[in-house]
Design a binder for this molecule. Structure first.
Ligand SMILES: [Zn+2]
Length: 453
């Protein structure tokens, strides 16, 4: 489409026209998973969001002109702790989680990025970068540790709008007697006994986490590239530190031109956190719902807005896709999607706006000819929806519902008890809860029966 792409750039906090450095080699780097545990629904949001951005960029610049790099952090404190807790080796653990991560990406119908580099395969590049930072006086060694000296980089804090005083006053900086200044961050640290280590000029140790993205983006995309993405939790300190390391080591005015961050997922309006016990893993959905329902739910809010996750969101998404399958036909080649339909995606990846357009196309397809149906299905396929055949979709839903039969029976017993006690409010609450999970109940002749919607 001959229209411009606009994206909200966190460097300026403004929506800007996207102009790549080189239209033939558009580069996007997205911080990928730390492979210590199975991915959860919060991890799934950037997977889907940046997958859609990848598709939009390819639509604009050509499918061979976009390079999407997403790293895998396979060495980190969390990984070491998780391996110890699970009584397994680090390599066994990371191998297992990488496999599950790839399965989850497939379930969400995400394309494989152009490159998926692993941190442990690029330690030599990280050591080289640290040596360069030391030689240029941006970093220093002390007691087998190497730190980046933040006050040597004038633009530190520009991405996250933080100044050094705030940083020092805040509790987010790690205190260490080895540091010259509290805001300095670690580039290299010694490994403890039993931990993995690599030889370096500063002794046996391992890199600080921030460094890997600077080293791997340089290798695959160069010193300066177009888009850097990730979850909003990475904006500070991770992305701020990446900018400091890369710009000082490479001696450049920029690192990435555009910084794009997706907002959090909340669970029934509460923050999702391990301590809250409300973490939903992607694999836990596999027995209950089709992957495209999950994908569609993740697209339902604009990426800059928090997305509240609840059963109603899932059942609404399921109902929409179920409805859309009524006009499904299999496509040999996709139809051209009209410009005005694609436009919301070009305008800051407005997925809710695109979904609204899909609804319009559906209405047309419902009463229209085969060509209208083809355009509708092509437009769905463009964002990774309706990619499986109608039979596969129907087969899946026959077998799965959001709630098990045992749970349904238990809920109905509780509802009958409430009705017996004339607690109709509770009874209605249970009925609505079941409805949210796609279960319709009916009372007839003193008996309650149920069906899956
Ligand atoms: Zn990163």
């Amino acid at each position: 489409m001959n229209k411009d792409i606009f994206l909200t750039n966190n460097l300026s906090n403004k929506k800007e026209k996207f102009v790549p450095i080189n239209e033939k080699e558009v580069g996007m780097y997205v911080c990928g998973p730390t492979v210590y545990d199975d991915p959860h629904i919060g991890n799934a949001r950037p997977l889907v969001i940046f997958d859609i951005l990848f598709k939009v960029l390819k639509c604009k610049y050509g499918k061979n002109s976009v390079k999407y790099v997403r790293n895998i952090t396979d060495i980190d404190d969390k990984i070491i702790i998780s391996a110890q807790e699970n009584n397994t080796s680090i390599s066994e653990l990371t191998k297992k989680i990488i496999k599950r991560f790839n399965e989850d990406c497939k379930f969400l119908n995400c394309e494989t990025p152009s490159e998926q580099p692993k941190a442990t395969e690029h330690i030599d590049l990280m050591i080289k970068m640290i040596s360069k930072l030391i030689s240029k006086n941006f970093a220093y060694e002390n007691n087998k540790h190497v730190y980046f000296q933040v006050n040597k980089f004038n633009d530190y804090g520009k991405l996250s709008n933080k100044n050094l005083e705030d940083l020092i006053a805040g509790s987010r900086v790690e205190v260490s007697k080895n540091k010259k200044n509290p805001e300095d961050f670690v580039l290299w640290k010694p490994s403890h006994d039993g931990e993995p280590f690599w030889d370096s000029p500063w002794g046996k140790g391992r890199p600080g986490w921030h460094l890997e993205c600077s080293a791997m983006s340089k290798k695959f995309l160069g010193d300066e590239f177009d888009i850097h993405g990730g979850g909003i939790d990475l904006l500070f300190p991770h992305h701020e530190n990446e900018i400091a390391q890369s710009r000082c080591a490479n001696d450049t005015k920029i690192f990435a031109n555009f910084w794009i961050h997706n907002a959090f997922i909340t669970m029934s309006n509460e923050k999702m956190a391990k301590s809250q016990g409300n973490i939903l893993k992607i694999k836990d959905f596999k027995d209950k719902i089709n992957g495209q329902v999950l994908r569609f739910s993740l697209m339902s809010a604009h990426y800059k807005q928090p997305l509240d996750w609840n059963d109603k969101l899932l059942s609404d998404s399921k109902n929409t896709i179920k409805k859309w399958y009524t006009v499904y036909l299999s496509l040999k080649t996709p139809s051209k999607i009209p410009d005005e339909i694609l436009l919301p995606l070009y305008d800051d990846l407005n997925t809710p706006g695109y979904i609204a357009n899909l609804h319009k196309l559906f209405e047309k397809a419902k009463n229209g000819n085969e060509n209208d149906k083809k355009i509708f299905v092509s437009a769905c396929n463009f964002v990774g929806i309706l990619n499986e055949s109608k039979n596969d979709w129907l087969d899946f839903n026959k077998r799965k519902s959001l709630i098990s039969e045992k749970e349904i029976t238990k809920k109905i017993e509780l509802r009958n008890k409430a009705r017996k006690n004339k607690d109709y409010r509770e009874a209605d609450k249970i009925r609505d809860e079941l409805l949210d999970k796609g279960v319709l109940i009916e009372d007839k002749d003193g008996k309650t029966s149920w069906t899956i919607k």
